[in-house]
Ligand binder design. Sequence first.
Ligand SMILES: Nc1nc2c(ncn2[C@@H]2O[C@H](COP(=O)(O)OP(=O)(O)OP(=O)(O)O)[C@@H](O)[C@H]2O)c(=O)[nH]1
Ligand SMILES: [K+]
Ligand SMILES: [Mg+2]
Length: 351
Amino acid sequence: MGVVEKVGLVVSAGKGLNMLSRSKKSRATEYHLGLLKAKLARYRAQLLEPASKSGGAGTGFDVQKSGDARVALIGFPSVGKSTLLSKTTETASETAAYEFTTLTAIPGVIEYNGARIQLLDLPGIVEGASQGRGRGRQVVSTAKTADLILIMLDATKSDEQRRLLEIELDAVGIRLNKQKPDVVFKRKTTGGSVNFFNTTVKLTRTDERTIRSILASYKLHNCDVMIREDITTDEFIDVLIGTRKYIPCLYVYNKIDAISLEQMDKIARTEHTVVISCELGLNLDYLIERIWDDLGLVKIYTKKRGAQPDLADPVCLRKGCGKSSKFSPHAQKVSLHHAVQDEDVVSIFTK
Ligand SMILES: Nc1nc2c(ncn2[C@@H]2O[C@H](COP(=O)(O)OP(=O)(O)OP(=O)(O)O)[C@@H](O)[C@H]2O)c(=O)[nH]1
Ligand SMILES: [K+]
Ligand SMILES: [Mg+2]
């Protein structure tokens, strides 16, 4: 009995030591990988954001932004992007069964809830688009200017298409459905050569040593870093690069008329996803509702003092955070920084 216990003790101690060295090892790997990623991210950023503004492959299509928000359609060829534009707006964009029917950006307007939402039909992209294949570079650059990206997918094809598109957008610095990391990062011109590092939370996915080394590798020797959420090393690099775009995204699976109900059911339950059939006009109303929601649009009514609000002519704004007056429907005076809610009535006055 006693012997067995002893053996047990020895074995578990050995395990403990093993685990210790393994986690040390993985910390070291994480550290070196972090530095390597910082270097790579810097090279990529230089490639993608040339100092000259002379245009070229890195710039998007020359279409003016208009209306209350811009939504860009991104997808492989022939998934039905132009069919969607033609069905939801007054604009006709050529559709056909062959690939690369659309060769440039075609804007249309979705009118909904008093808002004018610009929907941008774009050429299909292929794998390697961000590296300049086809019109890809131009398409993904245009995606950067959108307030919402619709990644359009063919429901009859494998889900590999979705991953490939995400890779292309990620490569040009677009972060989908992510908030900007809660990190305060300031470069300073005075105060000597020291990087101040502070956190308000425990870091479990990166550490101070990795971050300090990355700062050094960027030749940053005089800045303030305050980390307020449990970020990864990659997210810290994003903050340093500074040109990342955090854009909401809806995955739109088209051609559900050509798959089974079971398959459709499964896809429809995934996060940030809408299933449609452009051909049969199925679920397009719901898609537009979701676009409105994801854009965070609100409509507010304006009124002159002492007059009734003009309910026929709302103004559309992007939603701020926070709640409107909890005393509604009664009027309340608020500051100009007040965040409005959907269907608020607003009148502006001077003291
Ligand atoms: N079965 C089915 N076919 C569809 C649907 N929507 C579009 N299509 C067909 O898909 C083909 C391609 O449609 P397009 O709208 O030209 O696709 P696109 O994504 O704009 O293609 P590119 O401009 O070439 O990138 C056409 O033959 C359409 O008729 C749908 O809901 N169901
Ligand atoms: K097509
Ligand atoms: Mg098209």
